[in-house]
Ligand binder design. Structure first.
Ligand code: ADE
Ligand code: ZN
Length: 335
């Protein structure tokens, strides 16, 4: 039985496996510029974040109908459940779909077909987080938040993703203020490829409650001290960092040093179809390669539930934490 965990950094579009991409392409009459899944997989050799994003946005062309989004989410939830995920806070990128003529309603209602019954069907409670694309304008982000108004009962928070360098958090101050006024929770990618100053700015200008990645905080000891003091959770994605060359190899990942520093770390999969593993695979990788002890793995799992937006269901949080505490590590069953 895998260690129970929450996944807090997961782009639903990044769970599109090649097989499903071709299935949806055929269903929707979309031609992909790859002969088959083998040829597509060969394109998964990324130089950096941008080279990944190019493919990530290209493959989204196959997502057109509510059913496509429902199938995508159900496929993720089934895989995540098999790896011990009990709660998932799921990012989606509406601007990438609106630009292709796919409406906010199609995306949210489609995802909801899977998420609305996820607890019964997969044993996973879910929340949805709408991400703004930081390489689009602040006005576009405001229009996107406006388009989401009819669906706010299904959306828990807002996030910020896409190409980081050159797009500092402060550009989105106004839309984050508007989101907060609507009662939405706030997170943002910061310090993945961008400098530690972007992490500070995400906290101060956007009021984020969690930082997605936050890896580069380690370059600024005063920032580390602040993140520890304020208990700001970081949603780390070790296999993503290797594939996007943010770290040279997994053995070089600063996760052990981050835990030793007292940071509230969590382990997540980011875009599992592209980066070689789901949540449990990330746990297994840091266990084997970084030699994290069982106590550390349990701490990561506890952190994931403590950092989750389960304030509206404290009973579930307590039940999940109790499961983590009672978990007995057996052999290799970390994932
Ligand atoms: N969108 C999907 N995955 C992302 C990542 N790792 N960083 C920024 N934007 C993303
Ligand atoms: Zn991400």
């Amino acid at each position: 039985m895998p260690l129970p965990k929450a996944e807090l950094h997961l782009h639903i579009e990044g769970t599109l496996e090649p097989e499903l991409a071709f299935e949806l392409a055929a269903r929707n009459g979309v031609t992909l510029p790859y002969a088959d899944t083998d040829e597509l997989r060969k394109a998964y050799d990324f130089e950096d974040l941008q080279s990944f994003l190019n493919l990530y946005y290209e493959l989204m062309a196959v997502l057109r109908t509510e059913q496509d989004f429902a199938d995508l989410a159900n496929a993720y939830l089934a895989r995540a459940a098999a790896q011990g995920v009990r709660h998932a806070e799921i990012f989606f990128d509406p601007q990438a779909h609106l630009a292709r003529g796919v409406s906010m309603g199609t995306v949210v209602e489609g995802l909801w077909r899977a998420l609305g019954s996820s607890e019964e069907n997969h044993g996973i409670s879910t929340r949805l987080i709408l991400c703004f694309l930081r390489d689009e304008s602040a006005e576009s982000a405001l229009r996107t938040l406006d388009a989401a108004r009819p669906y706010l009962d299904r959306i828990t928070g807002v996030g910020l993703d896409s190409a980081e360098v050159g797009h500092p958090p402060v550009k989105f101050r106004e839309v984050y203020e508007a989101a907060a006024a609507l009662g939405l929770r706030r997170v943002a990618h910061a310090g993945e490829e961008g400098p530690p100053a972007y992490i500070t700015e995400a906290l101060d200008a956007l009021g984020v409650e969690r930082v997605d990645h936050g890896l580069r905080c380690m370059e600024d000891p005063a920032l580390v001290e602040r993140l520890v003091r304020e208990r700001i959770p970081l949603t780390l994605c070790p296999l993503s960092n290797v594939r996007l060359r943010t770290v040279d190899t997994l053995a070089d990942h600063p996760l052990p040093a981050m835990l030793d520093a007292g940071l509230v770390c969590t382990v997540n999969s980011d875009d599992p179809a592209y980066f070689g593993g789901y949540a449990g695979d990330n746990f297994a990788a840091v266990h084997h390669t970084l030699g994290l002890t069982e106590d550390r793995l349990r701490e990561l799992a506890r952190n994931s539930f403590l950092a989750s937006f389960l304030e509206d269901d404290e009973e579930r949080r307590a039940r999940c934490l109790a499961e983590v505490d009672a978990y007995e590590f057996a052999g290799d069953a970390v994932s």
